[in-house]
Design a protein around this ligand. Structure first.
Ligand code: FES
Length: 112
């Protein structure tokens, strides 16, 4: 099974994490199943941006983002070329290194 490396995030996983995830699982589900409570305000229906992650390695193994995802991503805090909405990004057969951005749009609105 592909391995997912999660880079440290101050609140969600201060030490970082490494776990295996089955192909076909979304990155969001894989994180949640492994105790990393990434936000998913729209319940993974591709309607918010709170599940935004940056895929540092393995980005090209993922299926291309659909247009709706791309449009939403434009609104995400800290957008990078390798950004994805984790509920829409499905683990394929390669290992991934994932970074959870420091803020989500919800935080940004609260003025942190
Ligand atoms: S949980 Fe809302 S877009 Fe992923």
């Amino acid at each position: 099974m592909p391995q997912i490396i999660v880079l440290p995030h101050v609140e969600l996983c201060p030490e970082g994490a490494v776990f295996e995830a089955g192909s076909g699982t979304s990155i969001c589900d894989a994180l949640l199943q492994n105790g990393i409570n990434i936000e998913h305000a729209c319940e993974k229906s591709c309607a918010c941006t709170t599940c935004h992650v940056v895929v540092r390695e393995g980005f090209n193994s993922l299926e291309d983002a659909e247009e709706t995802e791309e449009d939403l991503l434009d609104k995400a805090w800290g957008l990078e070329p390798n950004s994805r909405l984790s509920c829409q990004a499905i683990v394929a057969d390669s290992d991934l290194t994932v970074e959870i951005p420091k803020y989500t749009i919800n935080h940004a609105k609260e003025g942190h």
